[in-house]
Ligand binder design. Sequence first.
Ligand SMILES: Cc1cc2nc3c(=O)[nH]c(=O)nc-3n(C[C@H](O)[C@H](O)[C@H](O)COP(=O)(O)OP(=O)(O)OC[C@H]3O[C@@H](n4cnc5c(N)ncnc54)[C@H](O)[C@@H]3O)c2cc1C
Length: 393
Amino acid sequence: MTDTKYTIIGAGIGGLAAAIALAQKGATVTLFEQAKVLGEVGAGLQISPNGVAVLKSFGLYDAAAKLANCPDAIVLRDYRGASVTRMELGQNAVRRFGNPYWQFHRADLLSVLAKGALDAGVDIKFNHKVANITRNGAGALIEFEEQESQLVDCLIAADGVRSKTRSAVFDGHEATFTGQVAWRGLVSADKLPAGMFGNETQVFMGKGRHLVAYPLRGGSMINFVAVEERKDWTDEGWNIPDDPANLRAAFSGWCQPVETLLAAVDHTFLWGLFSHPVLAKWSDGQVALLGDACHPMLPFLAQGAVMGLEDGWVLADALEKADDIPTGLRAYEDRRKDRATRVQKSAAKNAWAYHLRMPVFRDVAHAIIKKTSPDRLLGKFDWLYGHDVTDGK
Ligand SMILES: Cc1cc2nc3c(=O)[nH]c(=O)nc-3n(C[C@H](O)[C@H](O)[C@H](O)COP(=O)(O)OP(=O)(O)OC[C@H]3O[C@@H](n4cnc5c(N)ncnc54)[C@H](O)[C@@H]3O)c2cc1C
């Protein structure tokens, strides 16, 4: 694999993971990113133990651990604040899944991955916005908005849910609006009553909407994601600044902690959640898709970025073991497709469970959860969190 030059589009979690995994095996990797610098709208990211396993295999565990928040538990509540269940994470997650459950400011995780990529010798080229991609033999021709075009041997497109490569090369459908929007943002903890949420992930569930809140950076800030079902998305962008008053109005009448948290929001972004159907194939010749470009998912299992980490590791492993690139890329697809599709479907099912509209169904569903032991509930995630793509099985 050291003879081939690998080109990746997109320095998100998935693209950086693939770049690190390939470069650590001695490959020459160039990564093109449209942004001028690595940055992100202020938002949190949960990385479950299966994602931490990949960070560990990259040798980035210690660097990431310094910036991670490790929650004690996840607590599910109804919109009135009553507890439905509490599942212990912390050391319990390590015992059960082999690795901790972490939460990051997204910029912190990106900085760890970017350093890992640079240390492995990846050439990251910022300010390179891809305008068009066409096939050229087994590889591709990349045209940039401002820089010279490039012919590349092997192209991995990790350019997100609105991937140019997917629509240009894979005949992929345009991403469509899923009927859900998410407000995201951060609140400084000193604007809230001390210890209001504890070191826990709180999920509040109500009719057609839910809100997730968890602490970041040693509890100095609280990250929130607030989701609402909507019929349409008319704005041309897909993440736009929104007036916090709209967010407060959507969750008005919810319990005190939700109202107190939202009262303290100064800035928020509204995201349309987009998706596209499962692709018939993920690779063609020496071109492949990875991460959200390939299998975007609703964020209700907090797995999109984690799947990008897993994809990156498996992609490099499959290429290393194959005799040629097309075979390696097909092996990557074979090893990843069932799992990524299962996660996509499970995330969509969670939306339904969180948003039950009829109070009677909601009460019954919550009563069933309450009767189930938290350990058994956590066991439902064994297939997901307990899976380690790096363990060679
Ligand atoms: C509200 C919300 C909460 C979420 N919470 C979680 C969570 O807790 N845990 C989790 O695992 N996942 C979560 N996700 C999902 C996660 O954010 C995504 O799945 C993940 O970021 C996808 O990574 P990616 O690298 O595939 O794509 P992206 O993160 O979208 O990265 C794509 C990169 O490609 C670049 N790019 C795009 N087009 C071009 C172009 N034309 N030229 C050059 N560069 C380009 C972009 O600038 C970007 O850097 C959440 C998503 C949402 C919306």
